[in-house]
Design a protein around this ligand. Structure first.
Ligand SMILES: *[C@@H]1O[C@H](CO)[C@@H](O)[C@H](O)[C@H]1NC(C)=O
Ligand SMILES: *[C@@H]1O[C@H](CO)[C@@H](O)[C@H](O)[C@H]1NC(C)=O
Ligand SMILES: *[C@@H]1O[C@H](CO)[C@@H](O)[C@H](O)[C@H]1NC(C)=O
Ligand SMILES: *[C@@H]1O[C@H](CO)[C@@H](O)[C@H](O)[C@H]1NC(C)=O
Ligand SMILES: [Ca+2]
Length: 353
C-alpha cells in the first residue's frame, strides 16, 4: 500500500465511523463493508438492538383468581364523587368489561381502556393484586417504566423483577405514601442517588400521595434520571454511561430483567381514611404499562425478532443462542465473550474464533 492510498483508506474509515455514530446512533450496526486497496473487507463493531415498546410482547397474568371485576357484575363509584355510583363492570358485556389485556392495547380509537379490579368490599381484609409481566427474554431498560392508573395511584405498591424468567424475584422499587410506615424504609428520590449508590433499591413517596386521580395518573420507575447521573441531565455524554456500564459491577444487571411484577398492596384512598360506608370507590384500574427496553444480546446483535413465540437476538460475530451467549458450531466455545462498549465510540465485537 502506498502512502496516498493508505490515507485515502483511512479517511474512508473515518468517514464511515463518523457516519455510523452520527446518523445511526451508537452501537446500531454490527459490521460494515470497508473499501481497501485490494478490494473490500468487513469491519465488525459492538452492536445492540434499538429500543422497542416492549408492551407489545409482554404476557400479562393477574392474581389472585377473581380479582378482575365483572364476574359477577359490580357497581363502582369514583373517589372524586363517591355518591356517583352509576358505573358498572360486567365481564360478560364487551362494553363494560375490563380484562387485563386493556393494559397493553394501543387505544387507537382514542378511547382510554383499562383493566379494573373488584372493589374493596371485603375491607378490612387487604385488597391485594399481583400483575406479572413476562417476556421469556432478557431485556435492558432504555427509558422509564410508566404505569397509568385511571382512578388514583395505589397508596402502597412494590415493583419486583426477575432475571431468570420468574424462578427468583427481587424488589426493584417500593412505593408508598409513607415509606417508614409501610416498609420501614426512609423515603428517597432518585435525585438523592449518586454514582456510588445508583443501584440501590429505594422506597419513594413521589407517586403515592393523593393529588386527585385526574391530576397525576402515572407511576414511574425512573431510568432516565439514573442514566443522567453518568451521562448528564440531557444525556449528552452517553460515552460516560457506556464506560460505567463496563466498569461498574452490577450496573448493567440493574437495568436487566426477564419479568416484572407489580404487587398492589393498598388502593388509592382519596384522602387519609377508608370510608367504611362507601367501599365501592376503592379498587385498582390500570390503562397502560409502558416498558421501553431493548433485547439483551451481549452486544452481538443489532436486531431482535419475534420468532416461535419469543423475542430472539439475530446474533452476529459467530455467536448464537437467544441472547447470543454461545459461539456458533465450529468456533471455540471458550472464545465466547460479550462484546464491549469500549473503546468508545464503536466498542469491541469480541468475535468468536
Ligand atoms: C403476589 O406474589 C407474591 C410473591 O410471589 C405472593 O407472596 C403473594 O401471595 C401474591 N399475592 C397475590 C394476591 O396473589
Ligand atoms: C422461551 O424461550 C426459549 C428460548 O427461545 C424457548 O425455548 C422456550 O420455548 C420459550 N418458552 C416459552 C414459554 O415461550
Ligand atoms: C447515595 O450517596 C449519596 C452521597 O454519595 C448520599 O447523599 C445519599 O444519601 C445516598 N443515597 C442512598 C439512598 O443511600
Ligand atoms: C464468522 O465465520 C465465518 C466463517 O464461517 C466468516 O466468514 C465470518 O467472517 C465470521 N464472522 C465474524 C464476525 O468473524
Ligand atoms: Ca389501555
Amino acid at each position: 500500500m502506498d502512502v496516498v492510498s493508505t490515507s485515502a483508506m483511512l479517511s474512508q474509515v473515518v468517514f464511515l465511523l463518523h457516519f455510523v455514530t452520527l446518523t445511526l446512533g451508537q452501537y446500531d450496526i454490527c459490521k460494515s463493508l470497508v473499501s481497501m486497496d485490494n478490494g473490500q473487507t468487513w469491519e465488525f463493531y459492538a452492536c445492540q438492538p434499538k429500543p422497542t415498546a416492549m408492551k407489545e410482547f409482554m404476557q400479562i397474568t393477574v392474581d389472585p383468581l377473581g380479582i378482575t371485576c365483572g364476574n359477577p357484575p359490580e357497581r363502582f363509584c369514583t373517589l372524586e364523587n363517591p355518591y356517583l355510583c352509576s358505573d358498572e363492570c360486567d365481564a360478560s358485556n364487551p362494553d363494560l368489561a375490563h380484562p387485563p389485556q386493556l393494559m397493553q392495547d394501543r387505544e387507537s380509537s382514542g378511547l382510554i381502556t383499562y383493566w379494573q379490579t373488584v372493589t374493596w368490599s371485603r375491607y378490612p381484609e387487604p385488597l391485594l393484586a399481583n400483575i406479572s409481566l413476562a417476556w421469556n427474554k432478557s431485556l435492558e431498560l432504555t427509558d422509564d417504566i410508566q404505569v397509568t392508573f385511571e382512578y388514583g395511584r395505589p397508596t402502597i405498591m412494590v415493583l419486583d423483577k426477575s432475571l431468570d424468567k420468574g424462578r427468583t424475584w427481587q424488589p426493584y422499587q417500593f412505593y408508598a405514601d409513607d415509606c417508614m410506615d409501610a416498609f420501614d424504609m426512609p423515603a428517597k428520590r432518585v435525585q438523592d442517588l449518586s454514582a456510588t449508590n445508583v443501584t440501590r433499591v429505594i422506597c419513594t413517596e413521589q407517586y403515592s400521595r393523593w393529588v386527585g386521580s385526574k391530576n397525576e395518573k402515572v407511576l414511574r420507575f425512573e431510568v432516565m434520571a439514573r442514566f443522567a447521573i453518568f451521562a448528564g441531565p440531557k444525556l449528552l455524554n452517553m460515552d460516560s454511561l457506556y464506560t460505567r456500564m463496563e466498569s461498574m459491577k452490577g450496573l448493567r444487571d440493574f437495568f436487566t430483567f426477564t419479568n416484572l411484577r407489580l404487587r398492589l398492596l393498598k388502593p388509592a384512598l382519596g384522602g387519609t381514611y377508608v370510608q367504611r360506608d362507601n367501599l365501592l370507590k376503592y379498587f385498582y384500574a390500570i390503562s397502560n404499562i409502558d416498558v421501553p427496553a431493548r433485547c439483551k444480546c451481549n452486544l452481538h446483535a443489532g436486531q431482535c425478532t419475534f420468532r416461535e413465540g419469543s423475542l430472539q437476538c439475530d446474533c452476529e460475530h459467530n455467536t448464537t443462542g437467544q441472547d447470543c451467549t454461545r459461539c456458533e458450531r465450529g468456533f471455540k466455545a471458550k472464545s465466547w465473550k460479550p462484546g464491549s462498549y469500549l473503546p468508545t465510540p464503536n466498542g469491541s465485537p469480541n468475535t468468536c474464533t
